[in-house]
Design a protein around this ligand. Structure first.
Ligand code: ATP
Length: 175
């Protein structure tokens, strides 16, 4: 399925704005620009919800969250930035492990069980994408998701292939 990424980003953005009126949400793109990527809309939505949910949960003192998306011909990048607790260098890889939580005692009061980022990472990798963290303790974090975009040429190759398979099937009697 080909999704319009800008539409999904903007929808998640609007939902968070509504659910968390005490936070300031800023979409760093000024013009709505359609960006197509080969990903299930629900999957992209789930990835963004996990990142936005964390950005809100772990930034109680400066309640500001930014989202942005950009693309070139090969890749799409969506970023979620908060100005909260941050993640130490040693924890930056671990947070993608299942059930890993940086501050077990304190985090317990915030709910969650350390699965969100593990799920997000699996989904992203299933689409041959990448997720990275830039962070400074006490200052905040940026999570960047990059996903490959199908060029028109690649999309055409896939369509041609599908049609050839279909045609071959049509020629086989009894199917
Ligand atoms: P849930 O399963 O509900 O998502 P969770 O938030 O604990 O619970 P993850 O999303 O996998 O699980 O995050 C793992 C850990 O990484 C968190 O417990 C938290 O310590 C840390 N973390 C995640 N996002 C951020 C963030 N934006 N800022 C600071 N720490 C973060």
């Amino acid at each position: 399925e080909v999704s319009d990424v800008s539409e999904v980003v903007e929808q998640v953005f609007d939902n968070f704005k509504m659910i968390h009126p005490d936070y300031v949400f800023i979409l760093d793109n000024d013009v709505h620009r359609p960006v197509q990527a080969q990903i299930y809309r629900n999957h992209l939505e789930q990835i963004l919800i996990i990142l936005m949910d964390n950005a809100v949960k772990y930034s109680q003192k400066r309640k500001e969250v930014h989202m942005s998306y950009e693309s070139d011909t090969r890749n799409l990048e969506v970023a979620v930035q908060d100005f909260g607790e941050g993640i130490s260098q040693e924890n930056r890889d671990r947070v993608f492990n299942r059930f890993y939580r940086v501050d077990k005692a304190r985090s317990r009061t915030k709910g969650g069980n350390g699965l969100g980022l593990a799920i997000a990472k699996r989904l992203i990798e299933a689409y041959h994408g990448k997720i990275t963290i830039e962070s400074a303790l006490g200052q905040g974090s940026v999570f960047r998701v990059s996903l490959p975009i199908l060029s028109d040429e690649d999309a055409q190759i896939l369509t041609d292939k599908k049609e050839r398979v279909q045609a071959a099937n049509d020629e086989i009697p009894g199917i």
